[in-house]
Write a protein that binds this ligand. Structure first.
Ligand SMILES: [Fe+2]
Length: 123
């Protein structure tokens, strides 16, 4: 899975197969996002998690990320090599998600509308 963003309008595309060269939006190329590369508070952006039985509780981040119309976490993804579960969020939500969990899942992504993509590996 690759995640592309339009720097002009903020559209986000989750690309499950990446076979063509580029995606366009607003008459320009969308940018491939790389997690944990934008300078911002790690405490507010890196997902933290707790696994209990067959559930995983995810929170962004250790210090709650803001959830305002201007600045918010817009989705959280729990990912394995073959599966993704996504929780879409809006500014009125808390930056949290709870999913069914098994050991195949190894990554948690969170996307901030201002500070991009963040990744925590599940250990
Ligand atoms: Fe942020």
């Amino acid at each position: 899975m690759k995640i592309y963003v339009c720097k002009k309008c903020g559209n986000v595309i989750l690309k499950l197969e990446d076979k063509t060269e580029s995606l366009d939006c607003c008459n320009q190329k969308m940018e491939l996002t790389t997690p944990n590369t934008i300078e911002a508070s790690l405490e507010k952006h890196l997902p933290v998690y707790e696994i209990k039985d067959d559930l995983i509780n995810i929170k962004v981040g250790e210090v709650d990320h803001p959830m305002t119309d201007e600045h918010y976490i817009s989705f959280i993804i729990l990912a394995s090599d073959n599966n993704y579960v996504i929780k879409k969020l809006s500014p009125k939500d808390q930056p949290v998600a709870c999913f069914s969990y098994n050991k195949e899942y190894t990554k948690i992504y969170a996307y901030c509308n201002l500070h991009g993509l963040w990744l925590t590996e599940i250990k």
